[in-house]
Design a protein around this ligand. Structure first.
Ligand SMILES: Nc1ncnc2c1ncn2[C@@H]1O[C@H](COP(=O)(O)OP(=O)(O)OP(=O)(O)O)[C@@H](O)[C@H]1O
Ligand SMILES: [Mg+2]
Length: 236
């Protein structure tokens, strides 16, 4: 069985403008294995969001090859890319993007819509610790609670890969750690491959694989021998 979720070979993303070319991704080659937690670290402008965009098929690389299992996603049509996202991927962002006039339960349920193998919503609400909140509306929740709803919504369809762009960026240490703990629980319970993009170097201690980016290049890639629990990391 093929356990390689993503395989990138010489991937480049070049933006052209009057000022010249920007190499947002500059010859990137690496693999991501099924069930891994991957943390992509790097300063502002280093290409982290561009990386998420090309992996998730929101954007197309200028050259190079990206395989999702045995599918070359650099060759898919727009419709095929939409289906690829719909069937396989979940997304969590720094801003939670909850629907204000739907309850917590309904927000999470929305994530399961059209999925072939949705998770049980009540069970999921229990995992994220929001059973008592299920009939409340987003404005009645704290930031950390809203992020937990966003995670439950992204996970409800039981995605193979969960993409997180600065998932703790709007949270304080306590809420941030709770959010990361939840991502670890989901990784353990469902075997979801989780790819987290962040400025926060502390989060790298939770990863199986850490990918450091600088000016569009991978400056370092390494595996952690020991993976820390979210509650034990030092918050940068
Ligand atoms: N649509 C675009 N058109 C032109 N240049 C772009 C575009 N998107 C990104 N870039 C450039 O590509 C480089 C990488 O941007 P990217 O958004 O991937 O960085 P990032 O690591 O996510 O930064 P941040 O931490 O600030 O979110 C930057 O130099 C940026 O200006
Ligand atoms: Mg970014």
């Amino acid at each position: 069985m093929n356990n390689t979720v993503y395989s990138l070979k010489n991937v480049k993303k070049i933006y052209k403008s009057q000022a010249g070319k920007t190499y947002a991704l500059d010859d990137i080659t690496f693999d991501i294995q099924k069930g891994e937690v991957v943390v992509i670290l790097g300063p502002s402008g280093s290409g982290k969001s561009t990386m998420l965009n090309v992996l998730s098929g929101i954007d197309v690389p200028t050259s190079g090859k990206i395989k999702y299992f045995d599918t070359d996603i650099s060759k898919l049509s727009d419709i095929e890319l939409t289906n690829y996202r719909k069937e396989n991927l979940g997304f969590i962002f720094q801003s939670y993007n909850l629907i204000p006039n739907l309850t917590i339960y309904e927000n999470v349920e929305l994530g399961a819509h059209l999925s072939k193998s949705p998770l049980d919503i009540d069970k999921l609400l229990k995992i994220v610790g929001l059973v008592d909140m299920k009939n409340k509306f987003p404005y009645q929740l704290s930031g950390g609670q809203m992020q937990r709803v966003a995670i439950a919504r992204a996970v409800a369809k039981n995605p193979n890969v969960l993409f997180c762009d600065e998932p703790t960026g709007a949270l304080d240490e306590k809420m941030g750690k709770q959010t990361l703990r939840l991502l670890q629980d989901i990784n353990e319970k469902y075997g979801t491959t989780i790819i987290i993009v962040t400025h926060n170097p502390s989060i790298a201690y939770l990863a199986n694989t850490v990918i450091k980016m600088n000016s569009g290049k991978v400056s370092d890639i390494h595996k952690n021998d020991k993976i820390m629990n979210a509650e034990d990391i030092r918050w940068a």
